[in-house]
Design a protein around this ligand. Sequence first.
Ligand code: B12
Ligand code: SF4
Ligand code: SF4
Length: 352
Amino acid sequence: MSLADRTLVERLLVAGRRAGFVDTGIAPCEPSRFADRLDAWLARGAHGSMAWMARTADVRKDLRRKWTWARSALVGVAPYLAAPRDRTRAPGLLRHVARYAWGREYHDVLRARLRDWAARAEQILGGPLRTAALVDTSAVLERELALRAGVGWIGRNTCLIGERGDSWRFIGVLLVDRELAPEREPLAERCGSCRACLDACPTDAFDGPFELDARRCISYLTIEHRGAIAPELMDAMGDWLFGCDVCQEVCPWNRRVGPADDPAFAPLPGLAGVDLRALLAADEDEIRAWTRGSPLRRARPAGLLRNALIAAVHAGLHDDARRAARRLLDHEDEGVRAAAQWVLASPTQRRR
Ligand code: B12
Ligand code: SF4
Ligand code: SF4
């Protein structure tokens, strides 16, 4: 790479930081080097009912099957941790919500930042650029792109952990139609002899290091899964309403990091202002109002009611849970009905 090229790449990476990412890197748009991992994961059925993961596997393994023009991926990471660090001290529903979902819809926030980065890149590279701003929902292997861009390494909990930091961070990907030389090497795994995440998972969702069976993962069960949850999983899910952070909470790399204080991911008042009791008594319009602009919308009101019944039992709110369960036994959603039956069959002295 010539000195001029190196300067251009450096300016592009700085532009990404100005657009709102704390770390940035570049990965070539080549076929996945870990396609066998995705294949094995899908073959085991570990994606559960996320049929879209299987449907789009070919594109995930080689993104140029869809974005034929893409040559490089600019990858940015954005930390989302907000105060308080100890979630049991968070107000209202927040203490039952995974930290990535405390603030505004991150897809919108990050896509806007990627579009800003694209505009800056056009100025730096001169002339129009063809780009695509991807966050979470597109058929790309974002963690692998981030690994190959050198902005982090993959822990045994499968999360991307920042080079000098933690895993409390989103990934954003900007595909561009220019060949750009990556300037950082992929980082090797730094777990050492630790296996805290594997041992701490409440539902035993890891089949082994780097092997997560989504069908047992609380994040999947509370966000992606529609319908009934198996009673033995409800027994183990804890007081999570949406998502789960346990395998990140126990990670030593996450221990010392402070809140990111990114205003875009500051806790939404709608979630902080109500608690599980209120949620159990709420109607769907109220739930929609409280979750406006929030990632919690993905679980739909019925999913949140189902999750609230389970979380309330684990939080020790037995009377409220039983009262709500009796009312919801005939709910139109199968998941809510199954959770209501489970609540009424649950011992009232469940260990917390
Ligand atoms: C499906 C999905 C889920 C599923 C399945 C998760 C999983 N581990 O596969 C569920 C619903 C369970 C989930 C949960 C969460 N998710 Co999610 N999810 C995704 C999604 C859409 C696809 C992930 C995927 O392809 N899985 C299939 C497996 C096979 O791929 P993989 O784990 O990514 O592994 C790849 C590479 O990392 C590599 N690899 C795997 N292991 C190893 C090991 C070594 C040593 C090496 C070198 C490489 C390597 O091989 C694989 C193929 O390339 C991505 C967005 C995207 N488009 O990529 C977000 C994404 C992974 N999720 C994200 C988040 C924030 C979460 C949660 C933290 C949310 C929460 N708190 O509840 C949890 C974390 C749970 C966990 N431990 O993974 C972030 C992760 C950011 C980060 N720092 O890692 C992403 C990237 C979204 C984003 N844009 O920020 N998620
Ligand atoms: S997010 Fe929770 S349930 Fe899922 S693997 Fe991590 S600790 Fe287990
Ligand atoms: S908890 Fe330990 S094993 Fe798991 S990702 Fe963190 S360092 Fe690796």
